[in-house]
Design a protein around this ligand. Structure first.
Ligand code: GLY
Length: 317
């Protein structure tokens, strides 16, 4: 769908994107499932999500299953078990999910639970709330059958001890590989999941964008879905994922929507931010998009029996 198709000339002659309901113009993508995830660890995540779809699971089932893969992998130091801890040596986790009905669940500052994404789903499905944090989130997890475990591996403890001696100022992009998984199932329905251990050696109590609905993740089953990775503070300030979806509603294609959302961050930092943010997006008609601020970014796309990593360049040098 071309962006110009959505433009109308107003009575005063100014061309502006028209606000059109998806039902008027957007044919849903059917029988062509899509799984789109952030970073290289998106590849095994996609594989697991794909199996769920093949077995008749929903987009939400697939997104959760995908996010659980890096959560369980001790080698991935930015998510779940093995994630790098905060400044005090505690692994604190943030995650959220959103389904095709507009339901959402989220946990932040959660400790000692391996699969925060599944706790977030439980919050969505088994509680009256959207978001639980810290000790309350942990207690909720335990009362719902989640086991407690120490999430600090020998490697992440060693890394933290070294950092603790040097107290080097860590730039967020050094350790900031949040996994976000967006899924469109064969019925055209959309869902997403996002999970992270956040900024390594962050202040105790810090929460990033990943558990914030509209920042780290947003799903609107009429229009599309989007998710973020990178410096959460800047994603929160621009309600990034919600903005990407709203820009798609206004007629931006997914890549242009991701770029425009990032352009606002870039402009706020005088054209040259020294941090990374990347967005991924799926539009309801099955078009996908992505953009990042700096350097490069890789997303994993599973579609039509293929699961491949794609590299894109940043919008700034
Ligand atoms: N984007 C993950 C975080 O900032 O914690």
């Amino acid at each position: 769908m071309k962006r110009r198709d959505f433009f109308k000339t107003s009575a005063i002659g100014i061309t502006a994107p028209s606000i059109l309901m998806s039902s008027e113009y957007m044919k849903p993508n059917l029988n062509d499932p899509i799984i789109l995830s952030t970073w290289e660890h998106g590849l095994p995540a996609n594989e697991s999500a794909w199996k769920i779809l093949q077995n008749g699971g929903s987009a939400m089932d697939a997104a959760e299953a995908g996010a659980m893969v890096p959560e369980a992998d001790p080698e991935i130091t930015s998510v779940g078990f093995g994630g790098l801890p905060d400044e005090k040596g505690n692994v604190t986790l943030d995650a959220c999910v959103m389904d095709s009905y507009g339901n959402a669940g989220s946990v932040a500052f959660l400790q000692n639970i391996k699969h925060p994404v599944s706790v977030a789903r439980k919050v969505m499905e088994e509680s009256k709330h959207v978001m639980l944090v810290g000790e309350g989130a942990r207690q909720f997890a335990i009362s719902n059958g989640f086991e407690e475990m120490n999430l600090l591996t020998d490697e992440s403890r060693k890394a933290w001890k070294k950092w603790n001696q040097e107290k080097r100022d860590m730039t967020p992009h050094e350790t900031h590989d949040t996994i976000s998984v967006l899924v469109q199932d064969k019925n055209g329905d959309l869902a997403g999941a996002c999970t992270t251990s956040g900024w390594a050696y962050k202040l105790h109590g810090r929460v990033g964008d990943s558990p914030i609905i509209g920042a780290g993740l947003f799903v609107d089953n009429e229009i599309g879905c989007a998710a973020a990775t990178g410096l959460g503070e800047e994603v929160i300030k621009t309600t990034g994922s919600f903005l990407v979806v709203e820009l798609m509603r206004q007629g931006y294609d997914p890549t242009s929507a991701c770029r425009e959302a990032l352009n606002r961050v870039i402009a706020a930092h005088k054209g040259n931010p020294d941090f990374q943010i990347a967005y991924i997006a799926i539009r309801k008609d099955g078009e996908i998009g992505s953009a990042c601020i700096k350097w490069s970014f890789e997303y994993a796309l599973a579609r039509a029996g293929e699961n491949k990593l794609h590299k894109i360049k940043g919008l700034t040098k």
